[in-house]
Write a protein that binds this ligand. Structure first.
Ligand SMILES: [Zn+2]
Ligand SMILES: [Zn+2]
Length: 774
């Protein structure tokens, strides 16, 4: 086994070696190098209200003084102000909530507190940290799906600091609130850790779980102060307020020290032109996956322990298998020290991989963001990030994996051919400046609100006085609907759940369990895929990868939620195509800007995966398109759309024949750039553009949430329309291609095969819209 380097990393030297492979081509792939300097910490004195016993204990455990942000958040919370601490990874956010919580528990021997985290592993970490302090009489304990039944009783009766998760509140604590009466009456603090994880549909559900918790506590006389911890994001105070339904004060000034990171932005080089007549030239960049695989190979050859983050599970498998092959070519056997890792793997596979990486048996991992939460990996020197992970919080969380105890680290962001990635590698200030994207959730989503009101009613009848808590008018309308459908019964004293058992509500989705992927010849379960992705990932004929082994799907059985696959190594990948139809149901809000209209409202979308393309792995060339027979899916959701009068488009120089291509190109780029302002994935949203929509009677571009009832993305786009569309325009303009490419206006999920697209027209459309909105 080859020894791992023990010398400290020199980021400049490693970057130089990584660049060597492309040096002969002339053009440098590095568009920007940000030296993120080491930051001096800003320690402050202990706030005067902190329990002296706690100060002594912390000092005995090496905590001399708090950092400024910890003290600021703690003092707000101690004064009864709901607060959110939104600072960087490893800035010690936990002390910010531990100070007020533990001080209260130490000084009031009856007080209780609840700690909520999105992942069991985080609650376990937190339990270890508090237990280590050895404070008397607090008896911290976890309460989750792993807690044995007899142990649960003990925890409920004795623990004063309970560590749990939203699912456990939803399924166990809240339905059994009578048994928790004493704990809830004495509830002084609720800590919500990693609260940026509560976004989209899941976040909207959790917002109601928190409201149900507030109602249950109030029933017994409890009125807890909320302390939240978040990764850095745009407007953390507003997001936290939406999550708990109360005003929350943000603390964002980070006073903790940080090691230096060399952060390089990397744009893969253009491939030689494919066409020979020059008239219809399409310039294509080398794929980010091949580029990352090469960088991973070179980095391992340089003896650097490296972690590559790849957005898609497929990508992680591809990068691992290319790197393995190249490393074996260079040093026979070295390839076995690279592995792929992702969330869909079964638990045993994942644990084995984690152990090998920690022991040094593995030198490099190609991972999806499964590693972002919970797993504590140390000793990595370099992180390669293949494609922007969607949020700055994720970017810094991934980059933060590099850096051994105070040493320097290298992080490289490799741009994919995607408008957002193109924009970011050419606008570094959008990455290294102030964050603009906000964590988005929408508690008023009727598909979330209805089921959550049923849960609330099953816990205790909903009274008129409860309406403001659950959203006022929206709650009233939802209750009327639930009463009419027979889900709830209205009596003079309120709305009642009168059915046997409890409502079945899944916090993590809007219906349907995951599809199981089974190897047909052996019956072995390989992993799972969520139902929303199953049509496009597991259709018959789809190529599916698991641990670097390629499988082809024989059959997707939607009824039993099983996909049967067999191992096979074809020369192609597959990409599903869908067709979409959209109609406007209602308009929630609009801006009348002369020739331009901007709207937010409900829409009905029908979509169907109708075919898939097979593409050669090496070149990306399309081999053929094959039809599929999958059912239509219907979606009632929220959309943002703009209309432009045909006269204004013509006045801007677009000929009517080019309207469809110009609008279509603007739609694609707009979808690509939306993650810049809202924490969503391009795959969470869909779009439709047309030169004349039947409902708007004008040239229109729609962008809609891909989840039933909407998840807040379209709403955020509507609120920040100018900022969003300005960045969209800028991404198109800064792409060097002539007539449109995947880095600007082409979309990998286009149902029309990226046809028609008119790149200059898209810029003209956006100019008209931006001018009118200004
Ligand atoms: Zn382009
Ligand atoms: Zn399209």
């Amino acid at each position: 086994m080859q020894a791992v380097t023990s010398t400290a990393l020199d980021p400049a030297e490693l970057l130089h070696r990584l660049r060597a492979r492309t040096a002969q081509s002339g053009e440098s792939p590095i568009t920007h190098i940000e030296q993120v300097p080491a930051r001096e910490g800003r320690p402050v004195d202990w706030p005067s209200w902190v329990s002296p016993a706690l100060i002594d204990t912390l000092a005995a455990h090496g905590v001399e003084r708090p950092w400024s942000h910890q003290a600021a958040a703690a003092t707000l919370a101690n004064s009864g102000t709901h607060a959110v601490l939104a600072t960087g990874t490893a800035s010690g956010k936990s002390l910010g909530y531990q100070l007020p919580v533990l001080t209260r528990l130490l000084t009031d021997e009856r007080a209780t507190a609840l700690y909520i985290s999105p992942a069991k592993a985080l609650a376990a970490d937190q339990l270890r940290a508090v237990t280590r302090l050895g404070l008397d009489g607090i008896r911290p304990a976890t309460y989750d799906g792993d807690t044995a039944r007899e142990e649960r009783d003990w925890v409920r009766q004795n623990s004063r600091l309970i560590l749990t998760n939203p699912d456990m509140l939803h399924h166990s604590l809240l339905p059994g609130h009578q048994r928790w009466a004493q704990f809830l009456r004495r509830l002084s603090y609720v800590v919500i850790d990693e609260c940026h994880a509560y976004r989209g549909v899941f976040g909207s559900h959790v917002a109601h779980v928190v409201r149900r918790l507030r109602r249950a506590a109030a029933r017994y006389g409890g009125s807890p102060t909320f302390v939240l911890a978040s990764a850095t994001s745009g407007d953390p105070g507003l997001t936290a307020s939406r999550l708990v339904g109360l005003p929350v004060s943000p603390v964002t000034e980070d006073g903790s020290p940080r090691g230096a990171v060399t952060f390089a932005l990397w744009e893969p080089p253009l491939l030689p032109d494919i066409s020979d007549d020059g008239s219809d030239m399409i310039q294509v960049r080398r794929s980010a996956l091949s580029e990352t695989a090469d960088l991973l190979t070179d980095s391992v050859l340089a003896g650097t322990r490296t972690l590559a983050f790849i957005r898609s599970r497929r990508g992680a498998e591809v990068v691992a298998s290319i790197a393995r092959r190249s490393l074996n070519d260079a040093v026979p056997g070295l390839g076995s020290r690279v592995a792929a890792y992702r969330a869909g793997y079964l638990r045993d596979d994942r644990r084995a991989i984690e152990r090998s990486l920690l022991s040094g048996e593995l030198l490099a991992l190609a991972s999806t963001n499964a590693l972002e939460l919970g797993v504590d990996l140390v000793g990595l020197d370099a992180v390669l990030i293949c494609g922007y992970p969607g949020t700055r919080a994720s970017l810094w969380q991934q980059a933060g994996r590099a850096g051994r105890a105070g040493g320097e680290a290298l992080a490289v962001l490799i741009a994919r051919d995607d408008p957002l990635d193109t924009y970011l590698v050419h606008h570094p200030s959008a990455l290294f400046g102030r964050p603009v994207e906000a964590t988005v959730l929408d508690p008023s989503n009727p598909y979330v609100l209805g089921p959550q009101l049923c849960c609330a009613a099953s816990e205790a009848p909903i009274t008129l006085a409860d309406l403001p808590l659950f959203g006022g008018d929206a709650a009233q309308a939802a209750l009327d609907g639930l009463t009419a459908s027979g889900a709830l019964r209205k009596r003079p004293s309120g709305w009642y759940w009168t059915h046997r058992g409890r409502p079945e509500v899944d916090l993590r989705g809007t219906g349907g369990g995951p599809v199981q992927v089974v190897e047909a010849p052996t019956g072995r379960l390989l992993g799972t895929v969520d139902p929303e992705s199953s049509h496009s990932m597991l259709h018959t004929g789809a190529v599916y990868l698991h641990q670097g082994v390629t499988y082809v799907v024989d059959d997707l059985d939607l009824e039993d939620a099983i996909a049967l696959v067999h191992p096979e190594e074809p020369e192609w990948t597959t990409q599903a195509r869908d067709v979409i139809d959209l109609s406007v149901v209602s308009v929630r809000s609009y801006v009348d800007a002369g020739p331009v209209g901007l709207f937010l409202g409900e829409v009905d979308v029908t979509s169907q995966v109708v075919s898939y393309q097979r593409r050669r792995i090496a070149t990306g060339e399309v081999i053929d398109t094959r039809p599929l027979d999958l059912p239509i899916r219907e979606l009632r959701t929220v959309a943002v759309w703009f209309t432009v009068s045909p006269r204004a488009l013509e006045a801007a120089g677009i000929s009517p024949a080019d309207f469809p291509g110009a609008l279509h190109a603007a739609e694609h780029a707009g979808i690509g750039l939306l993650p810049l302002i809202a924490t969503c994935d391009r795959w969470d949203i869909g779009g439709l553009s047309t030169a004349n929509h039947i409902d708007t009677e004008a040239p229109t571009v729609f962008v809609y949430d891909g989840h039933p009832g909407g998840a807040g993305f379209a709403e955020r786009a509507y609120e920040s329309a100018s900022e969003w569309l300005r960045a969209t325009r800028s991404a198109i303009v800064s792409c060097v291609c002539e007539s449109g490419c995947p880095s600007c206006v082409q979309s990998p999920k286009c149902g029309n095969g990226n046809n028609p697209l008119h790149k200059p027209g898209a810029v003209q459309v956006l100019d008209v819209v931006l001018q009118a909105l200004a």
